[in-house]
Structures are given as C-alpha cells and as structure tokens.
Design a binder for this molecule. Structure first.
Ligand SMILES: *Cc1c(COP(=O)(O)O)cnc(C)c1O
Length: 454
C-alpha cells in the first residue's frame, strides 16, 4: 500500500483572477449571431437575459479578470480544492505514468458547478435582479445555483430534465433544501414546454428543452434573469480557478502534465482545468496533449457537425458556432445526466478546430467499470460524468505502460457520485445499457440546422 500524496494550497493562495483563453488564441472564435438578422449579437440583445457585468465577460479579450472579493469569500468555504497523486491507482495499473487528479467534489454541492454559480448570483444581485431561472440535467447545476442564490438572497427556479427529475429525487430535495423551486421539464408552464408535450407527451426531456423553458421565463419577466451552468465563455472562465490552482499545486509537486483530461457535457469543467494549461502552452510553446471525453450516446465533439446552431430546442437563443448534434436531438436516457447536451461550448469547439485539443467518446458501461476501479483504490466514488475522465486517464496510463514511457497525466475529478448511487446499483445489476446514438435521429436533427453563411 502506498502513501497518500495530496497537494494542498493555503487559502491565501486562492486565485485573485479568472483566466480568459480568448487573450491567447491565434484567432478569435466566430461571433454569436442574431437568428433574425444573421448579424453578431450586441449587448442589448443579451440584456433581457444576463446582467451587464456578465455580458462584458462573455465578449472580453482581457487575459485576466479580477474575482470580486465577495465571490472569493464564498469560494474560501471549499477552495483551494486538493490535488491528489493517484498512487494506489498507478500501482494497481502497474503503470510508470504519474496520475494526478484535481478534486472538485469538496464543494457544497459536490461538483465544480458552484465556481460559476456563486459568481453569477453575485453579479445578478449587484444589478438588482431578484429571481433567476435555469435548467438542470442531473441536478448538479440546479443545486449549485440554488446554493449560490441562497447565499446572495436571490430566488431560484429550476427546470429539471424529466428523466433526471425521476431518476434523481435526492438532487431535487437538495435544491428544495436550499429553497429553490424545481419543475420537471418539459412542463406545462411555458410555451416551449407545451409545444414539446403536444408532440411528444412522453418526452423524457433534454437540456435543450429545459433551456428553452428557463430562457422563455426570464425573457418574459422584468424581475427575472437567466443563468446557464456551462457552454458560455463567462462560465468557462469562472471555472479556470480549477486550472490556476492546479498549476500552483503541480509546482509544489515539481511536475508538469503531458496529458490533461476532462469530461465534456457543455465543456465547463474541462475548460476550467485545461484552459490555463492551453494558454501557457500557446505562450511558451510547451508541448501538451489535451483530451475532451464525452459519452458515446451524446457525441457532439466526435460525431457532431461544426456549424451555427441554436443553444436550445425551442430556438429562443442566439446562434452559436459549435459542434452540434442538432438542437432537435434528444439524447437517449443514460445516467450521466450532466452530459446530455446536443452542443458543445463554442470556445471548446473552436480550440478543437484549431487542433489544440483531442476528443474521444466512451460507452457508459466502460466508464462505470473505470469509475469502480478508481473508487476501489482511491476511495472516492466519482460522479458518472467524471467517470468518463477517469476512463481516459486509465487508458492513457495503460498506454504509458505499454509504450514504457513515464508521463504525467492530469484529470479533473469534477464531482463525487453520492447522489448517483442508483446508477452504480444499476451498473452492478447489469442493467446499464450502452445506448447507441442513432444515426437516423441525428441525421434528421442536423437536417434542421439553421442556414447561416459562414
Ligand atoms: C454538470 C456536470 C458536468 C458536465 O458539464 P460541463 O460543463 O461539461 O463540465 C460534468 N460533471 C459533473 C460532475 C457535472 O456536475
């Protein structure tokens, strides 16, 4: 049995700025377009949905943006988070690789999501907003915004993808514990929800549908704004505290990663860990492999088209250029609820197009096998989403063994799985199915892409 190796930063080392990758890219990401005019959107187009401070961050090209003291003060409750060296996993795999994982499961809701929820609730409060609407898949985001809303005194209303609402009653209870209202989506409360239900009364829902409902509510109420838990530039930027801390922790370890890995739903935890490293590589020419890992049942980066598409199913959002399976795509109900999004963050899509990152997809049974293997040696049960990153880290470590090379592999253990034990139970009972993504369904959804000249 080998010793525990953990790199802890003193709270005086809590980052003071977020990192913005836009400052270091060789070319800017394509603009966000207004679906009516086909022209880039301006701040006025977004003002009904977001506070001005957030709109400013969304389009900023400043390398660093100061983290408000009020936000840092809340971060301090669980940040800096620990970085572990996975010594027992290395031993079990008999790999010469050095495996590190950054553990975001120590936050109040058990994932990386409060990093942006706290910032977004703060900026909304600053600008006098009293109510926030949002969507949630597995309930990670909804519970994080519920927590952050509570901290800053903002009401929170969450549209929760119906399949998760039914599979994960404890996440809903967590949201309600923090005082949020939780509605299964599609719902009868919005035009977007009613339209879907009229056509598909048994709809299990999707993030795309839930986003439409939350956006519609925010756009039609004066006191209400909308908050998104992934995908947008400001969200990815708020998550960079993960990578910034890790860079300092690896200095303590006197090491540097050859491979950086994160799972991707909308792309925020992946970006949070990897963007500070990608920026450093762009600035000093360091060699680095960065791997985004997604579910085979919702493979936007590996099988999607890089095209302008809507961010939601009801077509209420602007058009963003991203890897997409089509906004009409409803992924099969699989357990990694946080990865059920038809698109990918435009910034992640852009760096994929620039060749700065790789992408791969795994089926759910293979990622659960990896998660169980990890839990049995490291003692932490990963969230089902995080299991995708665990699987890739294990595969890379096995590659190192086969090639006889000693590389440093870093991955984001973006959350724990304590609210997801039903998924583990199903896995042990052999009930998890490897949902194949249906070519027909995606071809149909892609056929409905908005036409935009690029
Ligand atoms: C929400 C969530 C994800 C997916 O979202 P990203 O924006 O891609 O990070 C992944 N893991 C966990 C634990 C989540 O809660």
């Amino acid at each position: 049995m080998s010793e525990t190796v953990k790199y802890v930063l003193d709270e005086s080392r809590l980052p003071e700025v977020w990192y913005n990758l836009a400052a270091d890219l060789p070319e800017p990401a394509p603009p966000v377009l207004h679906p009516g005019t086909g022209q880039p959107v301006g701040p006025d187009d977004l003002a009904p949905l977001f506070p001005m401070a957030i709109i400013g961050q969304e389009v900023s090209t400043e390398r660093h943006i100061a983290i408000p003291e009020e936000v840092r003060d809340v971060y301090r409750q669980w940040r800096p988070t620990p970085l572990f060296r996975a010594r027992r996993l290395e031993q079990a795999l008999e790999t010469p690789a050095r495996i590190y994982y950054k553990y975001e499961g120590v936050s109040p809701t058990g994932s990386h999501k409060p990093n942006t929820a706290v910032a977004q609730a703060y900026y909304n409060k600053q600008e006098g907003v009293s109510r926030l609407t949002t969507e949630t898949g597995a309930g990670q985001w909804g519970s994080s915004l519920a927590f952050a809303g509570r901290v800053f005194g903002i009401e929170v209303e969450v549209y929760m993808v119906r399949v998760s609402y039914e599979q994960k009653p404890y996440r809903r209870a967590l949201m309600e514990t923090f005082g949020a209202r939780c509605v299964p989506s599609p719902s009868e409360e919005t035009n977007a929800g009613r339209t879907i239900l009229a056509e598909h009364p048994d709809s299990t829902g999707s993030l795309g549908i839930a986003i439409s409902e939350a956006v519609e509510m925010a756009a039609t109420r004066e006191d209400t704004k909308y908050s998104l838990g992934s995908v947008l530039n400001h969200v990815l930027m708020h998550q960079t505290v993960i990578g910034e801390e890790t860079q300092e922790q690896l200095e303590l370890a006197d090491d540097y990663p050859d491979v950086v890995i994160g799972c991707t739903g909308g792309g925020s935890n992946f970006s949070g860990l990897s963007f500070p490293f990608i920026g450093q590589a762009l600035r000093d020419g360091k060699k680095l492999r960065v791997i985004a890992v997604e579910p085979a049942a919702c493979p936007s980066l590996t099988k999607g088209l890089y095209a302008y598409d809507f961010g939601d199913t009801g077509h209420l959002t602007p058009l963003v250029r991203m890897h997409t399976l089509g906004s009409a795509f409803v992924p099969p109900p699989f357990h990694s609820g946080g990865l059920r999004y038809h698109g990918m963050a435009p910034m992640v899509s852009h760096v994929k197009e620039l060749g700065l990152i790789e992408a791969r997809a795994y089926t759910q049974t293979e990622v659960f096998a990896a998660g169980v293997e990890f839990a049995r040696v490291e003692g932490i049960v990963p969230a089902p989403e995080a299991n995708h990153a665990v699987k890739a880290a294990i595969d890379e470590a096995v590659r190192c063994r086969e090639e006889g090379v000693s590389q440093a592999i870093l991955f984001n253990l973006c959350g724990h799985g304590h609210f997801d034990m039903q998924a583990y139970t199903d896995y042990f009972a052999g009930k998890l199915e490897d949902h194949e993504y249906s070519e027909d369904e995606v071809a149909m959804a892609l056929a409905g892409l908005p036409s935009v000249a690029v």
